[in-house]
Design a protein around this ligand. Structure first.
Ligand code: NOJ
Length: 760
């Protein structure tokens, strides 16, 4: 008894002491850092300070349009003079070492460079594209995926990634939908934090972690008509409740940096937007890191019609809180004269430089500028078996089974003849998707290779027509009119002589991503008509989709018995797909974004408002289309399994005066074990501002043995039931709330609870 009492007494004290020590240690380190950096800044000339705010891309490997009249040789001179703070697109220990040495050996202050790269979903081991990873709803795996990307990149000299992209979007036309976590602010926030933790680990000083960057601040995903870089005009309610939450979560998770964005927001380009960067990010959220511009976005304020020349663009950006200039040369060319002429205050520059130097300090670069330059680590840590294993785990969980009539899947491994059709089945490059960092060309396992490994004797492959002209696709536009139809007849003959057809179709790996918006979201080229011919020859078709965005699959859904959404799954793609097709892995992915029935429904998203005429009605005067349904083809949160899950016993109760407990039971009623994503949504029935018809508030991904039942419980705070007002402040109002649970946003059970709390 005494022991128990002692323990009860000691545990909180111990925890308290530990937390206390951590805080004391952190404060001590922060103080040391402040002293070191202030001391350094005091010794720097104005031009050296501005140099820290200047970022260039390596000249032979770029991820944006190269500026006209840009003199590369100047860059080397500037590097030597300490007039560059960071470079992007330089990687590999040898190259990084060489460039760092140039700066350390020649510049007066010897301030090490930051080496940045778009490590978006892997460095050389390429993980599923972020949208696909988000379909796993597995935060632990998403974190692991980011941590192997960080480990590989850091081993190749990189110490800063331009990820995660946390832009919420509701528009499948936008090519960069592949790079985010989909349409939901709650899921998007959780995933943002998981990715940041994965990249940054517990301590940036660890040489296997890298600084992360939450981008693009803000509202880039709300480009009109989904056309990249296009105008954004959204109200404050949408901004605060939908667009900003993942950014706020990123700031709270202490992401090292933010990137602003190409778009304008309500008339002001994000790069020159004080409301976003100063008032919200550095003000309300007290963000201590620094903000980098997007590629050339300071200079682009001239084309926006917001500033008259590069000088006023520089002034607008620095005044608004943009600390580093990526590829505009606006700062290096203009800040000095702006200070000299008293048009901006020197403390703006000091603040920006301090933020940048803090990160260099946190990364340990002042102790050792060559810290990320170990050839031994580079040889050991990249594309190794351990990383590939994690990549495979996440690739399997990213797959979403959209349709499986009469349990046509999984396939038997013997005793049947499978026709494998489609050039994407034999493509080792497309599955790497866009933003593949240093992923070696053709390094993915193809579907053909993986299925052959399972049983070569049951498989015959025919590519059919070719999706793209492979010799021209890499940079620039895809030739969308390209159609090499040779091979069509052979493929159709094969289909007719087989027991089942596995057709692999979708988008080419570079058909989504930056600058890759599409005005049509059907299967590109002649694929749909080819699929129709195959279906005529043999209606037992399993369609495996590879794509970077939701597609219009209406005909497919009406006709094709099984549809597997396999996105672009990276290095281990084929193996993951094959394990789902043959039933070695039971699919568990759920859509992070709604799939429309047709383009006319876009933007379509589950957390829409009700309108005053939600219908349905027997007259025409309700909010609907005359030629299309209102609901999506496949809703947010949806995804099938080879087993079934039954939801029962929902009980919603108040817990004290500030929270709610939700209990339910989920049972695996099918014949296999499998994972289920149990989702909880709320609806505020009425409020002083209209609220969405559903909002995701909690989820759990759980494994169930065959026949297993689990009691599941969630806690909600009243804050979870609230909303953000136009000032970004949280508001809670009493009233009736509907609590809904299920395996998709089309929920299975619901209960209404009335709350009258003193919290209001
Ligand atoms: C432009 C993109 O918008 C941004 O996301 C990326 O990080 C930079 N280019 C650098 O490649």
């Amino acid at each position: 008894m005494e022991k128990v009492l002692l323990l009860i007494f000691f545990i909180p004290t111990l925890i308290f002491c530990q937390d206390d020590n951590v805080i004391i240690e952190k404060t001590r380190k922060d103080k040391e850092k402040e002293i070191f950096v202030n001391d350094l800044i005091a010794k720097m000339t104005l031009m050296e300070k501005i140099g820290q705010m200047n970022q260039y891309s390596n000249f032979y490997d770029f991820t944006g349009p190269y500026p006209k009249n840009f003199v590369d040789s100047l860059k080397f001179e500037q590097l030597k003079q300490g007039l560059v703070g960071s470079v992007l697109n330089v990687s590999g220990v040898k190259k990084v070492k060489k460039m760092q040495k140039l700066v350390i050996d020649n510049s007066r202050m010897k301030i090490p460079l930051l080496f940045a790269l778009d490590v978006i979903h892997g460095f050389q081991t390429i993980n599923p594209i972020p949208l696909a990873e988000s379909a796993s709803w597995n935060l632990e795996l998403i974190q692991k995926s980011a941590s192997i990307a960080a480990k590989e990149a850091a081993s190749a000299g990189i110490n800063w990634t331009f990820a995660p992209m946390v832009d919420i979007t509701r528009d499948p036309r936008w090519g960069r939908i592949m790079e985010g976590a989909g349409e939901d602010p709650y899921l998007g926030s959780k995933i943002a934090v998981a990715r940041i933790k994965g990249f940054q680990g517990n301590n940036l000083e660890d040489p296997l972690t890298i600084a992360a960057c939450a981008k693009h601040f803000a509202a880039y995903g709300f480009a009109e008509s989904g056309r990249d870089y296009n105008t954004v005009d959204v109200g404050l309610k949408t901004l605060h409740n939908v667009i900003l939450p993942p950014f706020k979560a990123a700031a709270e998770a202490e992401v090292a940096t933010f990137m602003n964005s190409f778009n304008e927001l309500n008339g002001i380009p994000a790069t020159g937007n004080s409301f976003l960067q100063k008032d919200i990010l550095k003000g309300d959220w007290n963000f201590k890191g620094f903000v980098v511009s997007d590629w050339g976005s300071i200079g682009e304020m001239i084309a926006h019609g917001y500033t008259k020349d590069l000088k006023s663009a520089a002034k607008s950006a620095i005044t608004a809180g943009c600390d580093m200039d990526m590829m505009s040369s606006a700062y290096i060319l203009n800040l000095k004269s702006l200070v000299d002429k008293n048009q901006i205050k020197i403390n703006l520059i000091d603040d920006a430089v301090k933020r940048i130097l803090y990160l260099k300090y946190d990364l340990g670069l002042f102790k050792d500028p060559f810290k990320y330059c170990s050839e031994d680590r580079e040889n050991k840590n990249i594309l190794n078996a351990q990383n590939r294993k994690i990549s495979l785990d996440i690739a399997k969980e990213a797959i979403v089974l959209l349709k499986n009539d009469e349990n046509i899947l999984p396939l038997k491994k013997t005793g049947l003849k499978i026709a494998l059709i489609g050039d994407l089945a034999d493509d080792k490059d497309s599955p790497l998707g866009n933003w593949r960092a240093n992923g070696p060309k053709n390094s993915a396992i193809s579907v053909l290779e993986a299925m052959e490994r399972v049983n070569k004797n049951i498989l015959v492959y025919e590519s059919g027509p070719s999706l793209v002209n492979k010799s021209t696709y890499f940079q620039g536009e895809l030739d969308i009119n390209y159609s090499d139809t040779s091979g069509t007849n052979k493929a159709i003959r094969l289909a007719s002589r087989s027991d089942v057809v596995v057709a692999v179709m979708g988008e080419h790996g570079l058909q989504s991503g930056e600058g890759r918006s599409r005005a049509k979201i059907n299967l590109p080229g002649i694929q749909e008509s080819f699929l129709k011919e195959i279906y005529k020859a043999n209606n037992k078709v399993i369609l495996v989709l590879m794509n970077g965005r939701p597609l219009d699959l209406s005909w497919v859904d009406e006709n094709i018995p099984a549809v597997v959404e396999a996105w672009q799954l990276g290095t281990m793609s084929g193996e993951a797909i094959s394990s789902v097709l043959f039933g070695d892995y039971n699919p568990s992915g759920k859509l992070p974004v709604s799939f429309p029935r047709s383009l006319g429904q876009v933007p379509i998203y589950y957390n829409h408002k009700s309108t005053g005429r939600p219908g349905p009605s027997d007259n025409v005067f309700w909010s609907h289309f005359n030629d299309e349904k209102n609901d999506p083809l496949y809703p947010f949160g949806y995804g099938l399994s080879y087993t079934n899950f039954k939801y029962t016993n929902l009980k919603v109760e108040k817990l004290g005066d500030s929270s709610i407990e939700v209990n339910l039971m989920v049972e695996n009623t099918g014949n296999r074990s499998g994972q289920e994503v149990v989702q909880l949504y709320i609806r505020d029935s009425f409020s002083s501002t209209t609220r969405p018809v559903k909002e995701l508030k909690r989820f759990k991904k759980l494994f169930f043995e065959k026949g297993e039942r689990k009691d599941i419980s969630f806690n909600l705070n009243y804050d979870d039931l609230g909303f953000l007002n136009d000032d970004g402040k949280l508001f809670f109002e009493n009233g009736k709330f509907e609590i809904m649970v299920g395996g998709s946003s089309i929920t299975a059970l619901s209960q209404v609870i009335e709350i009258s709390s003193s919290k209001e």
